[in-house]
Design a protein around this ligand. Structure first.
Ligand SMILES: Nc1ncnc2c1ncn2[C@@H]1O[C@H](COP(=O)(O)OP(=O)(O)OP(=O)(O)O)[C@@H](O)[C@H]1O
Ligand code: SF4
Ligand SMILES: [Mg+2]
Length: 314
């Protein structure tokens, strides 16, 4: 498969806090990678860093084998929005209230391709139609004349209008009902034939429905990543996420859930250590042992062969 994006040992510090820590991730052409994690875990920061909005303190980012984290703003702006595009969290609220929606959706095409007005109009109309929106009305409406779900779909149309090779979707479906949720899913699936998608979401069902791979992030560290991991979680934190989800469903499972105190304490150890039933001394000192299994990678000291041998001897 064609690797579009390679993130290697990336760390990002914002103010006093290291928000992304030594993170590595690849995105291939035609796949959807879901990034799932609790609020404040660094998902949007990672996305904005890929878009070139944050300086990195360590690591490298490659787009189609070209290192992009070292590009100046002028060079970055040539790929941003065109080859690597993002639908920002809350972007439905970022429309300019004084400009009609259609003109704003077409803006990236003028900016990056210099296309003629008639061709931009055609493309915006086509995009709106695919998203189940009344083309004429949406095009000519001011943003405040659209509902939240319509605005969110319009924001999706704007972010993806240039048919980017990498498309980052940051919590794009919060205001959308189930029918239009399906429309967005179909639209993402149509794009994914060519595009690599990074799908940031709290919604585990959305991740299950769309993603080829899922990465679970906690305090800026990917603790488990792989195929189908939400149906068969192995890392204690992923298990907690999944079991928390099941407690609100009729398929409730009896899984022991620790009292979960969210902590912002900076530590070099496993980000889940303050809440993990199985935490050991080493968990407080070092990020978990990284092990690659058949369908996933996990970072947890329970998988350290030395620790397993010690357990056998006890
Ligand atoms: N510009 C900034 N300066 C300092 N700290 C920041 C800045 N932006 C974000 N942070 C901090 O970085 C951490 C991660 O924020 P981020 O927005 O990446 O989280 P998130 O995973 O996207 O959360 P959510 O699911 O709520 O959107 C938070 O603790 C946040 O307060
Ligand atoms: S590394 Fe330690 S604290 Fe972290 S999840 Fe594994 S056992 Fe728990
Ligand atoms: Mg966010």
């Amino acid at each position: 498969m064609d690797k579009l994006l390679k993130i290697k040992n990336l760390s990002v510090r914002l103010g006093e806090k290291e928000v992304v820590k030594n993170l590595s991730m690849d995105i291939y052409r035609g796949e959807v990678v879901a990034l799932v994690g609790e609020s404040g875990s660094g998902k949007s920061t990672l996305a904005r860093t890929i878009m070139g909005f944050h300086n990195i303190s360590k690591g490298e980012i490659f787009f189609k084998n070209r290192r992009i984290d070292i590009l100046g703003d002028k060079e970055y702006s040539k790929i941003r929005g065109k080859e690597i595009a993002m639908v920002f969290q809350n972007s439905m609220n970022a429309f300019n209230p004084t400009i009609r929606t259609g003109g704003q959706i077409g803006e990236p095409l003028y900016l990056h391709t210099g296309e003629k007005k008639s061709s931009v109009f055609e493309k915006v109309y086509t995009a709106l139609g695919k998203l189940n929106l009344d083309k004429k009305r949406t095009y000519s409406s001011f943003p405040h004349e659209l509902s939240g779900g319509m605005k969110q779909r319009a924001a999706f149309a704007m972010g993806s209008i240039c048919d980017p090779e990498i498309l980052i979707l940051d919590e794009i479906t919060t205001a959308i009902d189930i029918v239009n949720f399906r429309t967005i899913i179909n639209s993402v699936k149509q794009k994914r034939k060519e595009t690599g998608v990074l799908l940031i979401t709290h919604n585990m069902n959305l991740a299950r429905a769309l993603a080829d791979r899922i990465a679970i992030i906690k305090n800026g560290i990917i603790i488990e990543e792989g195929v189908n991991i939400l149906n068969d979680p192995l890392h204690p934190y992923t298990k907690l996420l999944v079991s928390s989800e099941l407690t609100t469903s009729c398929k409730r499972k009896e899984i022991k859930i620790p009292v979960y105190n969210k902590t912002d304490i900076e530590s070099d150890g496993c980000p889940f250590a303050p809440n993990c039933f199985d935490a050991m001394k080493i968990c407080l000192e070092k990020v978990g042992y990284e092990i690659k299994l058949e369908n996933r990678t996990i970072r947890c000291w329970q998988y350290d062969p030395k620790w397993l041998r010690r357990q056998d001897c006890e």
